[in-house]
Ligand binder design. Structure first.
Ligand code: OSB
Ligand code: MG
Length: 368
C-alpha cells in the first residue's frame, strides 16, 4: 500500500455544552483531521484527539501538527507499507506523541479497509454487531443539575453513568446519586485529582457500589495506584497512566488496576490498542473504550475498536447529537436502548461530510 498524499485540516467545532473535569473545561473543540490518499484517489480518514491545551496529557493540537508535518508524514510518504500494523513500527523511532501517531495510523487503517472493501471493524478482527455505551458527565454547577442530567441520559437508554469527581465534588454528589438511582451502573472519574494521602476519603467511595473509579491518582503513576488498589474494594481503572502495551503489562503485574480504559489516541493507535486488548483478555482484565469528545471520524474508530471481544464494559462513545448540533459524518452516530449498531459499510462505515468539513476548516495543508 502506497500513500500518495496526506492532507491535514485544522477544524473548530462548537460543542453543545461545556465539559468540565478536575483538570479544566473544554468548550469549543479545536482538532486535526487527517486524510490519506492512495494512488487511485481513495481516501482514508483519521482524527487527532489532542486538545488545544496540554491539560489531559502533554500533547496539543499544535504539537500534533508539528510532529506529523516534520517527522511522521515524511516517514509515511517515503515508505511503502504492507499492512496498517506496519505504521507503528515505522513511527517507533519517534518517541511519544501518541495522539499524532494514532491520527495518521487511523487514516491508514480506514484506507486499508476501503482498499480491501471490508468494514474497519472486520479488518481489526472485531466480532460484535452492536456495542454497549454509557455516558460521561462533567462537573455541574449543582447536584440537582447533575441528577437531572443523569435522569435524562438514563431515559435516553445509556447503559451506565460516569460522573467526573474532584475534591469537594465527590462524596456528597455520589451519595445523592445513589439515593435517587440505587441500582444504576455507576462509576466516577477523577482525572488524577487525588493523592495517596487522600486514602481515607477514597475508601469512603467503596460505600457507593461503583463499577470502578477511574484514574484517582497522578497521571504518570502506577506505583501509588497499586498501593491504593490494595486498600480499596472498588476496582481501579487506569486511563491517563497507560500509553502502551508495556505500561499495561507493568500496571497489571503491579496490581495497579483491575480495569483498563483504552483510548486509541493515548496509546498511539489501533494496532497498540489491539495488543493491549489481547493482553488484558489473557489476564482477565476487562477493557472499555474511552472518549475524547471526538467528532464523527474519531467516534467511528472507537466504535470499530469496541467490537473486539474483551470490550465487555460499556464505553464512553455517546451519540453525535450529545456533543454537536451537526456532526461531520453521515449518517451521524445514534444510540438506541444503549447500543450503537456497528456499520457494515466499508472502512470506518460513515461518510465524511466534505462540504461541512470545509466550512469548519480554519487551515489546511497537503503533503506529497
Ligand atoms: O478522562 O475520560 C476522560 C473527556 C475529555 C478528556 C478526558 C476524558 C473525557 C471524558 C469524556 O470522560 C468522554 C467522551 O464523552 O468523549
Ligand atoms: Mg478518564
Amino acid at each position: 500500500m502506497k500513500i500518495q498524499e496526506i492532507t491535514l485540516r485544522l477544524l473548530r467545532m462548537k460543542m453543545n455544552f461545556s465539559f468540565v473535569t478536575s483538570f479544566g473545561s473544554i468548550e469549543d473543540k479545536d482538532f486535526i483531521l487527517v486524510e490519506t490518499k492512495s494512488i487511485d484517489g481513495i481516501s482514508g480518514w483519521g482524527e487527532s484527539v489532542a486538545f488545544y491545551a496540554p491539560l489531559y496529557n502533554e500533547e496539543t493540537v499544535q504539537t500534533n501538527w508539528h510532529i506529523m508535518e516534520e517527522f511522521l508524514i515524511p516517514l509515511l510518504l517515503k515508505n511503502e507499507i504492507n499492512h496498517p500494523d506496519d505504521v507503528s513500527k515505522l513511527f517507533s523511532p519517534i518517541r511519544g506523541n501518541n495522539m499524532a501517531k494514532a491520527a495518521l495510523e487511523g487514516a491508514v487503517w480506514d484506507l486499508y479497509a476501503k482498499l480491501e472493501q471490508i468494514p474497519l471493524y472486520k479488518a481489526l478482527g472485531g466480532e460484535k454487531k452492536e456495542i454497549a455505551v454509557g455516558v460521561s458527565i462533567g462537573i455541574q454547577n449543582s447536584i440537582d443539575e447533575l441528577l437531572d442530567l443523569i435522569e435524562r441520559y438514563l431515559s435516553e437508554g445509556y447503559q451506565r453513568i460516569k460522573v467526573k469527581i474532584k475534591p469537594g465534588w465527590d462524596i456528597d454528589c455520589l451519595k445523592a446519586i445513589r439515593n435517587k438511582f440505587p441500582t444504576t451502573p455507576l462509576m466516577a472519574d477523577a482525572n488524577s485529582a487525588y493523592r495517596l494521602e487522600d486514602i481515607e476519603l477514597l475508601k469512603q467511595l467503596d460505600a457507593f457500589d461503583l463499577l470502578m473509579i477511574e484514574q484517582p491518582l497522578a497521571y504518570d503513576d502506577i506505583i501509588d495506584h497499586a498501593k491504593l488498589q490494595k486498600e480499596l474494594k472498588t476496582p481501579i481503572c487506569l486511563d491517563e497512566s497507560i500509553h502502551s502495551f508495556e505500561d499495561a503489562r507493568k500496571a497489571i503485574e503491579l496490581g495497579s488496576c483491575k480495569v483498563i480504559n483504552i483510548k486509541i489516541g493515548r496509546v498511539g493507535g489501533l494496532t497498540e490498542s489491539k495488543k493491549i486488548h489481547d493482553l488484558c483478555k489473557e489476564k482477565n482484565i476487562p477493557v472499555w473504550c474511552g472518549g475524547m469528545l471526538e467528532a464523527g471520524i474519531g467516534r467511528a474508530h472507537n466504535i470499530a475498536l469496541t467490537t473486539l471481544s474483551n470490550f465487555t464494559l460499556p464505553g464512553d462513545t455517546a451519540a453525535s447529537s450529545r456533543y454537536w448540533e451537526q456532526d461531520i459524518i453521515e449518517p451521524e452516530v445514534t444510540v438506541n436502548n444503549g447500543f450503537i449498531t456497528v456499520p457494515e459499510r466499508i472502512g470506518i462505515g460513515y461518510t465524511p461530510n466534505l462540504d461541512y468539513i470545509e466550512k469548519l476548516t480554519t487551515y489546511k495543508k497537503t503533503y506529497k
